[in-house]
Design a binder for this molecule. Sequence first.
Ligand code: GDP
Length: 424
Amino acid sequence: MVNAIVGANWGDEGKGKITDMLARESDIVIRFQGGANAGHTIVNDYGKFALHTLPSGVFYNHTTNIIGNGVALNIPVLFNEIEQVVSKGVPRPKILVSDRAQMVMPYHILFDEYEEERLGKSSFGSTKSGIAPFYSDKYAKLGFQVQELFDEDALRAHLERIAPQKNVLLENLYHKPALDIDKLFNTLMEYKKMVEPYVCDVSLYLSNAIKEGKNILLEGQLGTLKDPDHGIYPMVTSSSTLAAYGAIGAGIPPYEITGIVTVCKAYSSAVGAGAFVSEIFGEEADELRRRGGDGGEYGATTGRPRRMGWFDCVASKYGCRLQGTTEVAFTVLDVLGYLDKIPVCVGYEIDGEVTTDFPVTTKLEKAKPVYEVLDGWKCDIRGIKNYFDLPENCRKYIEFCEEHIGYPIKMISNGPKRDDIIIR
Ligand code: GDP
């Protein structure tokens, strides 16, 4: 059985916690896209962890954790994360890395920095992890797969082939030093030592696991609105954030994915640039940011303050639809307990007309939020385990959002810990 956990919105919906929770029943957890540009925050008995590359199943010793071929693999980041987790007392996790995964090269990170610098005010707000240059190279057929580390002559020849192309940009567009092929080759040999114990033919491994009836979990990063096709292009990420891509980024048949848990946060937050219709500002935003998540809404990778907003039914309905949601996990609801009144965005007004369907980017830029204001519940709901023990106004809020997004909310997260969860 294969399930996917994905985000409906801009990311940071609390997927890490839900994955960590569902990983308890999983034999295998797989990352299938993205890189170390976003992070999951997980709080458990070992402490608080920000994972950027490792799948969220690493805290269970019955779980095999896989880096799929669709991931932008930064090998030193992977290696350091494994060591960090182990140093905090977690038993050494079982990890496999696809031999077809491509590697983030040191120059991808440089290109990311240089390009953001060149764009200045119109930059994307990239985390500068090299993700956009990495995926550009992958699809321009200039990338390096992990398997290439094991054929040194071919690897060196490949480096020599790509260097002239990179150097034209480095020297003429960015006015920076050219690539040093010997140094790069030596770095890759270091990468080889770090990754060698984990390399595996992942799609074959998964094919056998599916035959054996194993429970498999696909772990998405970011959310629908950051998808390069269906998101707020061009303010998106460079790999697909949709559950459907799980089939490709892990190497399994699409019809095997039968459960799609889409995570929606009970309010909105976003990082990076781009339209954000229900965004709020000033003291109202600061207070929600301070109280949000677990210790404030600040980027897990960058520490940047996140942009804040009210729950957006238009974006979430769209986000859930594109994921192919079978159930919604509604997270971080406890944070809203301080509010007397809670606005919810139920429509977008564009050129004088109200729609509940999420528009293309040019129209999105013009959209103004249409709000309905619900009554708050004014208490702390952490610790509550049964749906009907929630205050009435809190249930009304959940049911209101559920009706507007049109997908069943089956899990409600009311705190950062593993068991702060209400199953409906
Ligand atoms: P992800 O990338 O989707 O996993 O999201 P992040 O990990 O960046 O953001 C979620 C943040 O909210 C983390 O700090 C979590 O510990 C925290 N969190 C998750 N679920 C809840 C919840 O139900 N309540 C509260 N207060 N915090 C939560």
